[in-house]
Write a protein that binds this ligand. Structure first.
Ligand code: OOG
Ligand code: MG
Length: 264
């Protein structure tokens, strides 16, 4: 990074951190910094998340994929996947409500969470290798909350903003991956008892295992790898929906069961 980029990265970090702390929307970073590149954006993301580590609970607890489905890529007008960092203290335990007032303009989206059973080191990780490294799968939901006004952003904005990651909830019912074909699992997403969208596991790049392979290969570009035992949220299977106090959102995935979240 040049010193100009370093100064701009410091500025971006301050903007993002303040917006999150004060729960307010900001304009995309690239409105004033169009040259923001992917490597710099991932470096900002890491500093943003690591800057919040105060104790064990605020440490990085997993990784999330974003924009891995056609539905999401279309909704957000960004055509490639991204990854972000999950933090333990932002996980909502099953049965615990989501406090809407703690967020800016949250949306909920249904996902499949997996836990890896083997380390993956890119580059060159194939779907087959990734599939064999999936230990278990669970129904999950992510609550995204972009710091950017109206969720308007470019690829590098959303990467720097830790891919809109705000909260996540993962079913404690973990299904061993052996014999499970994630591609063919049906998904029903409901809000207040009404079906808002449906999908299948294959909505994630044709196979969630391809998402995992993409992640391992992307991390390799940053000199990082995926250890065994990593929790990975594989990305929204359908469009995200806005949520407000009083709403209940629920995802049901064939063989993985149901997970509900009450908003207060
Ligand atoms: C970016 C995050 C996308 C997903 O699962 O696709 C994401 C956004 O839509 O704000 O988490
Ligand atoms: Mg997501």
């Amino acid at each position: 990074m040049t010193s100009v980029a370093t100064n701009k990265a410091d500025w971006a970090l301050t903007e993002l951190a303040a917006a999150g702390r004060e729960r307010r929307e900001i304009e995309p970073l690239t409105d004033t910094w169009p040259e923001l590149d992917e490597m710099t954006a991932y470096a900002i993301q890491k500093r943003l998340v690591v800057g919040h580590v105060k104790d064990e609970s605020s440490r990085i607890s997993g990784i999330k994929l974003g924009l891995t489905s056609v539905a999401k890529q279309k909704q957000m007008s960004v055509g490639e996947p991204i990854y972000g960092l999950l933090v333990g203290s932002r996980m909502i335990d099953e049965g615990e409500p989501l406090q809407i007032a703690s967020l800016i303009h949250p949306k909920a989206e249904p996902e499949i969470a997996i836990v890896t059973s083997a380390a993956l080191q890119g580059p060159g990780v194939t779907a087959d290798q990734a599939r064999k490294a999936i230990g278990s799968a669970s129904a999950a939901m992510e609550i995204i909350d972009s710091r950017f006004k109206n969720f308007r952003f470019t690829l590098t904005d959303v990467i720097a903003d830790n891919t809109s990651a705000a909260r996540h909830t993962i079913s404690t019912y973990r299904v061993p991956a052996e014999g499970l074909d994630l591609r063919t699992l049906g998904v029903v997403f409901e809000k207040n008892g009404e079906v808002v969208s449906t999908a299948a596991g294959a909505a994630i790049l044709g196979d969630p295992a391809l998402g995992l392979a993409w992640l391992a290969n992307k991390l390799a570009e940053h000199g990082e790898s995926l250890p065994a035992g990593t929790v990975v949220m594989t990305g929204a299977l359908t469009d995200a929906i806005a949520i407000a106090p009083g709403d209940v959102v629920r995802v049901t995935i064939a063989q993985l069961g149901t997970l509900a979240l009450r908003c207060v």
